[in-house]
Design a protein around this ligand. Structure first.
Ligand code: GDP
Length: 352
């Protein structure tokens, strides 16, 4: 049976200057030609891959450029139009009315001959914000992980399996930022510190204890990797229902975070928030006269000043080192989705 001609929107749905939708399957060219009027020159022709410019749609139509994607498993016609969501939907509907079947873009790319891992890499590349994550995802798209899986399915090589597991956590954070939560008593300088690390004024910074009630977050790139810095209500007992809610939220975040940084105030008597676990304890307000003696200061992982910027670069280095102690070499195979991690687990469970 001849497979149906399928249509998919290849760019994310939303406001944008341009959008691309595409047809795949043997009937793609004739179906596209039902709606395409070339501005000058011939209609779309499957033996001639040159781009065409013209109008697409009957009644409601748009100026488009039509291209064909060479080298894919099936014939593909791509239509590049303006990005208004109503127009894009209307043009796709016109194709569906003429027999095309709508499929998700992932299914479309699979039919075009891309592996599951390549499609997952394309999806992750759409979310990525930091350059090192992008580089590694391009490596996976180019075949690093596909090659590793092919080898593993044949050999169950334990060394390679363990190597891939070692990159699991990093792989989960190529596109998704590592969550770093800053907590501590009210007024110790958490918001100022997060602002200083992010390089701009974002949260309300105030001398009144308990001002920062909401959980605020900012996404940053440190040394090429993505991080989400979170700061929230100061941890203290309170009767204020709004502040209570803020404290609950930061406590929940402390549970979930990849790294917990407790901030303590060097201008106050040494005191820490006892009931939560910190990965790093940082003394803030390092520029001001301190109430802490040398031994107490030595017990901290670092001393910084949001006001002067002192030692912020060291804190950034410390955060990166804790979460990414070793950087992968270019071309390293790295599992980066739940599906891939599950497949690895299945492979390790199977007898070799
Ligand atoms: P939070 O409640 O822990 O988020 O604390 P804030 O960031 O709102 O800061 C509380 C107070 O400490 C404000 O008056 C800030 O100006 C002051 N502060 C914050 N960071 C520093 C710092 O690095 N040095 C000094 N001297 N004061 C700071």
């Amino acid at each position: 049976m001849t497979p149906a001609t399928r249509v998919a929107l290849l760019t994310p749905m939303g406001k944008s200057a341009l959008a691309t939708f595409a047809l795949i399957g043997p009937g793609s060219v004739s179906l596209a030609n039902q709606l395409f009027r070339s501005a000058k020159g011939p209609p779309i022709d499957e033996r001639d891959f040159r781009p065409r410019y013209g109008h697409f749609g009957i009644g409601l139509s748009d100026d488009v450029v039509v291209t064909q994607r060479p080298g894919s498993a099936e014939l593909i016609v791509e239509i590049h139009c303006h990005g208004g969501t109503a127009m894009v939907s209307a043009l796709i509907e016109q194709l569906i009315a003429r027999g095309a079947v709508r499929v998700p873009w992932q299914e479309f790319e699979r039919a075009a001959g891309y592996s599951m891992i390549q499609v997952e890499a394309m999806e992750a590349l759409g979310q990525v914000t930091a350059p090192k994550g992008a580089d590694l995802l391009v490596d996976q798209w180019q075949g690093s992980l596909d090659r590793a899986f092919t080898f593993l399915r044949q050999t169950r090589d334990q060394k390679l399996l363990h190597e891939l597991f070692a990159w699991e956590k990093l792989g989960a954070h190529l596109a998704e930022p590592w969550r770093v939560v800053f907590f501590g008593k009210p007024n110790v300088g958490k918001s100022s510190l997060v602002n200083a690390l992010a390089g701009f004024e974002r949260a309300i910074v105030s001398a009144t204890a308990g001002t920062t009630r909401d959980l605020l977050s900012v996404d940053v790139t440190f040394e090429g990797w993505p991080f989400r810095l979170l700061d929230g209500a100061g941890l203290r007992d309170t009767d204020d229902p709004i502040e209570k809610e803020g404290v609950q939220r930061i406590l929940a975040e402390i549970e979930l975070a990849d790294l917990r940084i407790e901030v303590v105030d060097l201008t106050e008597d040494p005191d820490r928030f006892k009931s939560t676990q910190a990965d790093l304890v940082i003394g803030g307000k390092g520029d001001a006269p301190s109430h802490w003696n040398a031994k107490q200061r030595d017990s901290l992982d670092g001393i910084v000043s949001a006001r002067t910027g002192e030692s912020l670069d060291e804190l950034i280095r410390m955060i990166v080192k804790r979460l990414i102690p070793v950087e992968p070499s270019p071309g390293q195979a790295i599992p980066f989705t739940d599906r891939q991690r599950q497949e690895l687990r299945q492979l390790i469970a199977l007898p070799s």
